[in-house]
Design a binder for this molecule. Structure first.
Ligand SMILES: O=C[C@H](O)COP(=O)(O)O
Length: 334
């Protein structure tokens, strides 16, 4: 299709490597968040308006979907992960969209790749060898993922081992009991210790919001995680019964906006778990744009944690280019 070419300014190219300044955190100060009280119905009302408000069509939709790809932490976190499925995942991470589709969109030289590959510790070495010199970072889930119910000493050891094995990003899970008991200083100390163990690796802190009973606690846990030096806050492990939702994302995004206003530090956001449709990805990008602005719309500050989103995005891009939908089995990977 002649009109399927994207204009250069529809999407920035994706030659980035994690260059963003880190969040060093601030001393624990409960007065900064103790009065937070989130109005659940106001959050849910705002979230409900999101999908009907903006309709992104044609070349703009294609450009936003390519942008979404650059923000995916392409993930496999299964008990039966092997070297071969990690190799396939990494091949897809380096070339996430079929060449013919990129050529049709005029994007073959844009170096589109995903934001990171996310695996369990034992698969890091396979990801390192499969990704080669691609500059795509490896994110490892550590600290007793997904439940996090192991001693802190072991959590820190896991982080150190993952960094030594080549992970440039570490996704930690918080101890939910600290959040449930409102032990905010305990949570701060745990997250700050993890941050020290990460060294140069960027740290994403998973709150597992599906196991946190109120939005007020989600907001407070977000604050404490940022104060303790998290580079990203992340909704979910993908293993909770309820994973990423728009309302919980809104609560976390507003906490990081307030944290930025206070400290000048931009903390990233990663919704994860159950995001598998291109239209959901667009909703999250719109939410980020409306609440935080364009600064956050890049892989340094925004990621999707997703194992099966890429396949649907590629299918939508094929529809954009050819005018037809292919069967989903033609895009089986991710
Ligand atoms: O962090 C990423 C999640 O585990 C992925 O969840 P998903 O398999 O539902 O996409």
């Amino acid at each position: 299709m002649a009109n399927s070419k994207l204009k250069v300014n529809h999407i920035q190219s994706n030659n980035h490597i994690m260059m963003h300044q880190r969040n060093d955190g601030i001393p624990f100060d409960a007065t900064l968040f103790k009065d937070i009280n989130i109005n659940r119905s106001a959050v849910e009302r705002r979230a409900a308006t999101l999908s009907g408000r903006r309709s992104i069509k044609k070349e703009w939709q294609a450009a936003w979907l390519l942008k979404a790809i650059t923000c995916i932490d392409l993930t496999t976190l299964a008990g039966d992960d092997t070297r071969s499925n990690v190799y396939r995942l990494c091949a897809k991470a380096k070339a996430p969209v079929r060449k013919d589709l990129l050529v049709a969109m005029g994007m073959q030289d844009a170096n589109i790749h995903v934001g990171a590959v996310c695996v369990y510790h034992n698969l890091i070495k396979d990801a390192v060898s499969a990704l080669g010199k691609s500059n795509i970072p490896i994110a490892a889930v550590s600290t007793g993922f997904p439940a996090g119910n192991i001693p802190l000493k072991e959590k820190l050891k896991q982080i150190e081992l993952s960094v030594a094995a080549g992970a440039k990003e570490i996704d930690i899970v918080v101890s939910r009991r600290l959040v449930l008991n409102s032990d905010w200083k305990g949570l701060y100390d745990e997250v700050a210790a993890c941050r020290r163990a990460c060294g140069e690796a960027h740290m994403k802190t998973i709150l597992a919001t599906g196991e946190i009973p109120t939005y007020t606690k989600v907001a407070k846990a977000s604050w404490v995680s940022m104060m303790a030096g998290s580079d990203f806050i992340k909704t979910s492990t993908g293993k909770e019964i309820v994973n990423a939702t728009i309302p919980v994302s809104l609560v976390m995004i507003r906490a990081l906006r307030d944290y930025y206003e206070l400290t000048g530090d931009k903390v990233g956001f990663k919704p994860a778990g159950g995001i598998s449709k291109a239209k959901d990805a667009l909703n999250w990008l719109v939410l980020i744009k409306e609440e935080l602005g364009n600064d956050w719309l890049n892989p340094d500050l925004f990621r999707f944690g997703a194992s099966s989103l890429l396949g649907d995005i590629e299918r939508q891009l094929e529809h954009y280019v050819t005018g037809r939908y292919s069967a989903s089995y033609r895009h089986p990977m991710a």
